[in-house]
Design a protein around this ligand. Structure first.
Ligand SMILES: Nc1ncnc2c1ncn2[C@@H]1O[C@H](COP(=O)(O)OP(=O)(O)OP(=O)(O)O)[C@@H](O)[C@H]1O
Ligand SMILES: [Mg+2]
Length: 367
């Protein structure tokens, strides 16, 4: 199946005098993906991004938005139809949060009622409550202002969002929160997002695909896993040795969850001949409601497969099925264990994750 392309750059260049700051960049951004542009300072990320909505006109090549060459589009219309979020937020200080969010709607002469409704809807979408709407930007924290910046970009309901180091100005903890919120939000809004960052960890975390720029040229383009496996010396140096571990942050733990864990009910016997016991060292004791009481090493069972309640070892600290493989590996390293129970808060025991399954992922390709 061919995927729909939302943004396409065909040999796009930008010259300032003799200076080629973007050099024949070609790339396609698929509908609904987060495409990350990354590279050292001055490599042309912002310029590339701003050429998409023509805040900066390109010198040569073609730029297509939803299949139409931007040269054929009205520039003002184009800019308004694409959401744009920048690093220093750029909220207008003399306008309230509500007015900031609804700014484009005011420009396009939408009714006051609609402006208010949209602002109320969007402030919630980005995880802030209504009380913020009547405040001024200076009365919000950096992270809150950043959320408002995202809400503002969503106001005209664009299907494409350009984000230029949107979380660059906040502390690492808030940044991680905003990244998680963006990913959660993206699950429901399914926008096409071109996201600029110079932080590799951020790129691996939010990017479906990543393009690396160097001095105006696109050096490589691929999924995080493909990028990590690149043989290119510049790419290897740029992403650093910790990169593979960061890729694990993009893979849900459910990918490596062992679901057919050998289970036994309390007061029942383990069938020691059962095929499913092969390769296992422990059996897991579940209660009728699906909760796991603990586990018993096979070697501790009586000869007939029976066991006493006192023999049950308590389950080590469990993790939620929402975590990434990276977090699962971290948990195992911290806990000094080679496996990790996965428990869903509402539905109970989901299975376990084995360290060796995580390690086996390294050999696998793709996400
Ligand atoms: N108006 C301009 N005139 C001349 N050169 C410019 C102009 N704007 C940008 N440049 C140059 O173009 C190059 C690319 O700039 P750009 O802002 O795209 O870099 P960047 O990758 O976004 O960097 P950073 O990570 O620092 O934001 C830089 O070398 C910059 O000096
Ligand atoms: Mg920039």
């Amino acid at each position: 199946m061919t995927r729909e392309i939302s943004v396409e750059l065909q040999k796009v260049s930008k010259l300032y005098g003799q200076d080629k700051v973007v050099n024949e960049v070609s790339l396609s951004v698929e509908k609904g993906e987060i495409f990350v542009l990354i590279g050292p300072s001055g490599c042309g990320k912002t310029t590339t991004l701003k050429m998409i909505n023509q805040l900066i006109p390109h010198t040569s090549g073609n730029i297509l938005v939803n299949g139409t060459d931007v040269a054929e589009l009205d520039v003002v219309e184009l800019r308004r139809s694409i959401g744009y979020v920048i690093q220093y937020i750029g909220l207008l200080p003399h306008l309230t949060i509500q007015e900031n969010i609804a700014f484009v709607l005011k420009l396009t002469k939408q009714s006051k009622k609609l402006q208010k409704e949209k602002a109320e809807e969007l402030i919630e979408t980005v995880g802030l409550d209504f009380s913020h709407l009547n405040r001024y930007p200076r009365e919000l924290s950096g992270g809150q202002q950043q959320r408002v910046g995202v809400a503002r970009a969503l106001a005209a309901n664009p299907d494409i969002l350009l984000m230029d180091e949107p979380f660059g100005a906040v502390d690492p903890l808030t940044r991680e929160q905003l990244q998680n919120e963006l990913l959660r939000l993206q699950e429901s809004i399914q926008k096409t997002i071109v996201f600029v960052t110079h932080d590799m960890q951020e790129a691996f975390k939010v990017g479906n695909r990543i393009g690396i720029l160097r001095q105006g040229e696109l050096v490589t383009l691929g999924t995080p896993m493909e990028i990590v496996k690149s043989d290119d010396e510049f790419v290897k140096n740029f992403i650093g040795q910790g990169a593979l571990f960061e890729v694990f942050d993009t893979i849900p733990v459910t990918r490596v969850l062992e679901k057919s864990v050998p289970l036994v009910r309390i007061h029942e016997k383990v069938d020691l001949q059962a095929e499913e016991l092969k390769d296992w060292e422990n059996v897991f004791v579940v209660e009728p409601d699906g909760n796991c009481k603990g586990y018993i090493p096979l070697s501790d069972l009586n000869k007939d497969g029976s066991f006493a309640a006192e023999q049950i070892e308590p389950l080590p600290k469990a993790s939620s099925p929402d975590i990434s493989v990276k977090l699962a590996v971290q948990e195992m390293l911290w806990g000094g264990r080679t496996w990790l129970p996965i428990v869903d808060e509402s539905t109970g025991f989901k299975g376990i994750v084995l360290f060796r399954s995580c390690a086996a992922l390294v050999a696998e390709n793709g996400r």
